[in-house]
Design a protein around this ligand. Structure first.
Ligand code: ADP
Ligand code: ASP
Ligand code: MG
Length: 406
């Protein structure tokens, strides 16, 4: 008998008929003799709705209160799914994160799972019940409700699978696996039968929200077999693995993009030691994370200094630059929040020259201006104007022939 942790995302539980559908699937799996722990997200749109309510009252609500609010979304779906199962004659019990023994640190709105006490879950499984756990949430040692960051139900599922030593963690969503790029942007994207943890981690960190990055980290660290599948149709989905099989050893595994970026430039700052620190120090002090950084080589003792931040932090970062501009002797401050980062990902590119030039040529041929570039061993990222996002993704997908089996 196998034990599976199945996670169903917001769209998959977004309406009553979909919750019924999930109940049917759970019952089918049980009929094959498997034990099931089911993790669910809030109904689609619900977390955003709750956030908007909060912001109608306060621009910056306390993270502790936000967590109390946001955790309610998942509490609705666990109860409804338990009812749907009971109604169909399948014994089930729902638990909030706290009730399921998921203890986290106290970093509200982005808490990390520290430990899971599985006694309650094991007792229920032994009694023949399906266990349903609210995704995205936990509790601190002190008893405060926490949430795990957007998309955090994936991490709940993987953490439970690790703690219970489940045979597989299955992430059921609204696409039937991990694709070469977001299939909603490039319909010719191809589903990957498998992808390595390293590549999935890179794709997730560069913006592919199909899996929360922490869930991939967790699965890699604790050896959790992880699979992404559709909750709407049957199929084998995509397995996240340690080693790529030869068949799929492609140069490029996919294209990720991130719409959440904004860039800022300090124009013509004096080119002297310490300047980068003087600019980014106050940014870091304000708890703003910086992603890409570019400093031009200066010819005449002055230099342009550009960096990107999360779009939500754009205004705050701009205010800081305006404040320090004069002290630094910079000539001006400019910014642009309508930019995106598009990244080519692949462990195979490590040993290959010419990938960057193929990438830049493809973008140039479509008239797309590159505003920033950054590279690592297994990725190349460019910043382009947001209006070019779809075009850039499709043009790169085509240039590297990603629609074709390698
Ligand atoms: P859920 O609500 O089930 O957690 P998400 O919206 O978080 O679902 O994740 C699924 C979505 O991820 C898909 O609808 C798709 O648009 C997006 N996505 C982005 N990149 C990829 C990719 N490379 N492969 C598959 N889906 C992707
Ligand atoms: N409901 C949360 C969100 O929308 C968590 C999740 O769905 O994974 O981010
Ligand atoms: Mg998700």
């Amino acid at each position: 008998m196998a034990l599976y942790v199945n996670k169903y995302g917001g769209t998959s539980v977004g309406r009553i008929d979909r919750i019924q559908n999930v109940a049917e699937q759970v019952i089918k799996a049980r009929q094959q003799g498997d034990d099931l722990v089911v993790v669910v997200s809030a109904m689609s749109g619900e977390t955003n709705r709750l956030l908007a309510l909060a912001h109608e009252i306060q621009e910056q609500p306390k993270p502790r209160e936000l967590d109390v609010l946001l955790a309610t979304g998942e509490q609705v779906t666990i109860a409804l799914l338990a009812m749907a199962l009971e109604e169909k004659g399948c014994p089930a019990r729902s638990y909030t994160g706290a009730q399921a023994g998921i203890v986290t640190d106290a970093a509200h709105t982005k808490a990390r799972v520290e430990s899971i006490d599985c006694d309650v879950i094991r007792a229920d499984l032994a009694a023949g019940r399906v266990v349903i756990v609210a995704g995205f949430q936990g509790v601190t040692e002190e008893g405060d409700i926490t949430t795990l960051g957007r998309g955090g139900s994936d991490t709940t599922a993987v953490a439970l699978a690790a703690a219970l030593k489940a045979d597989e963690c299955r992430i059921y969503t609204d696409v039937d696996g991990v694709y070469t790029t977001d299939p909603r942007v490039e319909p010719r994207a191809r589903r990957l039968k498998q992808i390595t943890f390293e590549e999935m981690l890179e794709m997730a960190s560069l913006g592919s929200k199909v899996l929360q990055i922490r869930s991939v980290e967790f699965a890699g660290k604790y050896n959790v077999p992880l699979r992404v599948l559709s909750s709407f149709e049957e199929g084998e989905g995509t397995l996240i693995t340690y080693e790529a099989q030869d068949m799929e050893k492609a140069l490029i595994s996919g294209i990720a993009f991130n719409r959440d970026e904004a860039k800022l430039t300090l124009e013509r700052v004096p080119d002297r030691p310490g300047i980068a620190h003087q600019i980014l120090g106050p940014i870091a002090d304000a708890n703003i994370e910086v992603d890409m950084i570019v400093q031009n080589i200066a010819g005449d003792g002055a230099t342009d200094f550009t960096f990107t931040v999360h779009r939500n932090d754009y205004k705050k970062a701009m205010d800081i630059l305006q404040q320090i501009r004069q002290d630094l002797g910079a000539e001006g401050v400019t910014g642009d929040a309508d930019i995106v980062k598009v990244s080519l990902v692949g462990v195979g590119m490590r040993s290959h020259a010419g990938i960057a030039s193929t990438m830049f040529k493809a973008l140039a041929d479509d008239g797309i201006n590159i505003r920033m570039i950054s590279t690592s061993e297994i990725k190349i990222s460019v910043v382009v104007d947001e209006k070019y996002l779809e075009l850039a993704v499709r043009s790169l997908h085509e240039a590297f022939d990603l629609g074709k089996e390698p």
